[in-house]
Design a protein around this ligand. Structure first.
Ligand code: ATP
Ligand code: MG
Ligand code: FE
Length: 346
């Protein structure tokens, strides 16, 4: 099937057309430059920019795919989770097109999209597998049992991995978003320069630590203290060493949990998704550890790690093929856990 999808859950407006697991077009208008001046995403500004961009991107996606509306089998839109005003723009556009052109409408869960990003470069991939989803808002280990059947085995108790990158970059006054900036700086630093806490979650009654859950707020505080201490003696700050040590610690924590979780559940493939899947430190640590354990690890190309509509369309194709359809009064929801995606279909 061929699906046109619209993604507006945060600060990227994106429209894509995907035929089965093959991307025919994927256009993205990023608002990063706009929000960078505020140091983070301003929801009201994001909504307005989605409104300005969405129609142009729909036209562009069709023309790049070389298709008219008669070549589209269904129209999809991200409906949850995300910024409510931002979600409403893409969702309303998708529903309107569905009514206008008499095509089935499919609402898609944004995190299911991040899971499906791995199918775009690995069309042969089949469940079951483990998804390590590391993004601006989530850090989850998800057992992918089948399309629509997800079990969350581990998650963050506080900050998400991407959020930690963004907050630590702000501490070092490096700019927004922090992930790519820290990644670049870390290449020139020593990852062992500073020893940092990886953020373990204690189990009750001294039964050790939670094997899959993570925490990044303690690491962020440790970075703050370290920076405050170094500021007294070092000018300029050793930013490359700080970035490399921080990145190494995050990658180590994520790698340890993902490998342990895959082995415990007999899953031989780990598919990584979300913006932090672009991180070079995570890519190399996880690849090395997985190879040592005889596990297979898949990283989407960078353009499908951060938000894009191709991954949303890819998930929608599979729902379409399974005759899952959404009602035209489907609501946008700022929060919805990924194990509830089947509530989106009638
Ligand atoms: P969610 O998907 O949870 O709703 P989101 O859509 O905002 O959140 P994504 O767009 O998937 O998140 O990812 C954005 C995050 O990825 C940002 O926090 C950004 O700093 C981080 N990121 C992007 N590239 C890198 C990188 N190379 N290294 C580390 N982090 C990165
Ligand atoms: Mg984003
Ligand atoms: Fe995302």
């Amino acid at each position: 099937a061929t699906v046109l999808a619209i993604e507006t859950s945060c600060d990227e407006t994106s429209v894509a057309i995907v035929k089965n697991r093959h991307v025919l077009s994927n256009v993205v208008a990023s608002q990063i430059k706009t929000h960078a001046q505020y140091g983070g995403v301003v929801p009201e500004v994001a909504s307005r920019q989605h409104v300005e961009a969405v129609n142009i991107l729909i036209e562009q996606a069709l023309s790049e795919a070389g298709l008219g509306w008669d070549g589209i089998d269904a129209i999809a839109g991200t409906c949850a989770p995300g910024l409510i005003g931002a979600l409403l723009v893409g969702l309303t556009a998708a529903k309107t097109l569905s009514m206008l052109y008499q095509k089935p409408f499919i609402g898609v869960h944004h995190l299911e999209g991040h899971i499906y990003a791995s199918y775009l470069s690995n069309p042969e991939l089949q469940p079951p597998f483990l998804c390590l989803l590391v993004s601006g808002g989530h850090t989850s280990l998800i057992h992918v049992k089948a399309c629509g059947d997800y079990v969350v085995l581990g998650k963050t108790r506080d900050d998400a991995a991407g959020e930690a990158f963004d907050k630590v970059a702000r501490l070092m006054q490096l700019g927004y978003p922090g992930g790519p900036i820290i990644d670049k700086l870390a290449k020139d630093g020593n990852p062992r320069a500073f020893e940092l806490p990886e953020g373990k979650i204690s189990l009750p009654e001294g039964r050790g630590f939670h094997p899959y859950d993570s925490s990044f707020s303690g690491l962020k505080t440790a970075m703050l203290r370290l920076i405050q201490k170094l500021e007294v003696t070092e000018d300029p700050l050793p930013v490359a060493d700080l970035a490399a040590s921080f990145q190494y610690t995050v990658a180590k924590a994520l790698t340890k949990r993902a490998i342990r979780c895959a082995l415990d559940h007999g899953l031989t493939t780990i598919a990584v998704g979300g913006g932090v899947a672009a991180n070079s430190g995570l890519r190399s640590q996880l690849q090395t550890a997985a190879t040592a354990q005889g596990l297979n690890v898949l990283f989407p190309p960078l353009k499908y790690c951060t938000d894009n509509a191709a991954m949303i369309a890819c998930a929608a194709v599979e729902h379409f093929d399974k005759d899952h359809r959404s009602a035209l009064n489907l609501a946008a929801q700022s929060r919805l856990s990924v194990d509830r995606v089947m509530e989106l279909y009638v």
